[in-house]
Design a binder for this molecule. Structure first.
Ligand SMILES: [Zn+2]
Length: 188
């Protein structure tokens, strides 16, 4: 959490949020640019193409995955989240939280961790299993993840998550998928 006596600004919010340790650890690796995106895998000679697997024609850096990829932007938009004004990865956990409505701020770290975690899992299903999970299903998975992680939250964080969940209930009233795609996650 310290590097040469300089404390990582987002450390406290990442490690204190109610997400399970694997979620906290994912968020930590993400802001450090250490998740296994294709740019990293190319450097390790594991893949021979560093472009984004979703056809963006951009190099898949951690910044691209979290901040600039059209698919991530679409998923986050469904959840009412916009990270496009974040200039760097650490802004995800500080600057972006400051833009939240006051009642939603306390749960920001948990919500954005769950959102990027779900997006990362869907990306891996695409890369490793050739399964294309539609964006609205990924958004729904994020909501389900938040509901699960809420059980670990206390007091003000728990109260704050309810504001997110209330908005999502309006947006996602159904629990089944109506996309009718033969490759849809729910039909597999
Ligand atoms: Zn992309």
């Amino acid at each position: 959490m310290n590097w040469g006596g300089i404390r990582q600004e987002s450390a406290e919010s990442i490690w204190r949020c109610a997400a399970p340790k694997k979620g906290n650890f994912f968020a930590w690796l993400l802001i450090k640019g250490r998740i296994k995106v294709r740019v990293v895998l190319l450097r390790q000679n594991i893949v021979d193409d560093e472009r984004c697997p979703f056809g963006c024609k951009e190099r898949e850096t951690t910044e691209h995955f979290a901040l600039n990829c059209g698919r991530t932007i679409q998923i986050l938009a469904l959840l009412g989240i916009n990270l496009t004004s974040c200039e760097k990865l650490t802004n995800i956990f500080d600057t972006a939280r400051e833009r939240c409505p006051p009642q939603k701020k306390k749960a920001w770290t948990l919500v954005i961790t769950a959102a990027l975690w779900s997006t990362w899992f869907a990306r891996n299903r695409n890369v490793f299993d050739d399964v294309d999970i539609p964006v609205h299903i990924v958004a729904k998975q994020c909501i389900d993840t938040c509901k699960l992680w809420t059980l670990r939250a206390k007091h003000r964080e728990k109260a704050s998550i309810q504001h997110w969940l209330a908005d999502w209930t309006v947006q996602f009233p159904y629990s089944v998928c109506f996309c009718f795609s033969s490759r849809c996650y729910l039909s597999l």
